[in-house]
Design a protein around this ligand. Structure first.
Ligand SMILES: [Zn+2]
Length: 167
């Protein structure tokens, strides 16, 4: 199913919705199409261009600090789906300081990991192993939610995401 990027009236990226939901917003005069895929969606009575980027006609207030939800999918998005110990494709998430040793379930203590590394580390602290983290885990950039929502960000979305990425 095609997805559409929704921008606030201020052009700030807001969320990602299904193309069908985007069509509903456009047909309801709630949003304007900024970019269309070139394909059309057909219903009983009409065919409409499938929107890929839309801008709301009204302003939506966004909570000041939008923190990305901490889950496996979001951690994989932040870490590029690579094991943070050996760069192999990640298959699980690892608590750097094991939970059994008081480690928190937080962005700063969770990394993507492959099964062999996860199994090798067990419930040990890094200092008790020879394993090294490639990158220190941190709270992801605000726009990770876009990546999480679509997997890969379509090229033509990039210009719309730039202001937020540089903010
Ligand atoms: Zn690994």
């Amino acid at each position: 199913m095609a997805r559409a990027l929704v921008l606030n009236a201020t052009y700030e990226p807001l969320c990602v919705v299904s193309a069908r939901r985007a069509v509903v917003l456009v047909l309801g005069d709630k949003a304007d199409v900024l970019h269309a895929t070139g394909d059309e969606m057909h219903s009983e009575h009409l065919s409409v261009p499938i929107p890929s980027v839309i801008r709301l006609r009204y302003f939506v207030k966004v909570p000041f600090a939008r923190r990305a939800a901490l889950n496996r999918r979001a951690v994989f998005a932040r870490d590029g789906a690579r094991c943070q110990y050996c760069t192999a494709p990640a298959e699980s998430i690892d608590h750097v300081v094991p939970r059994s040793r008081g480690g928190e379930h937080s962005w700063e203590n969770v990394v993507a990991a492959c099964r062999p590394c996860n199994a090798r580390k067990r419930d040990r602290l890094l200092s008790e192993t020879t394993m090294v983290l490639r990158r220190h885990p941190s709270v992801p950039r605000e726009l990770t939610w876009v990546t999480v929502a679509v997997g890969a960000v379509p090229n033509h979305w990039t210009p719309y995401l730039q202001p937020a990425l540089s903010a």
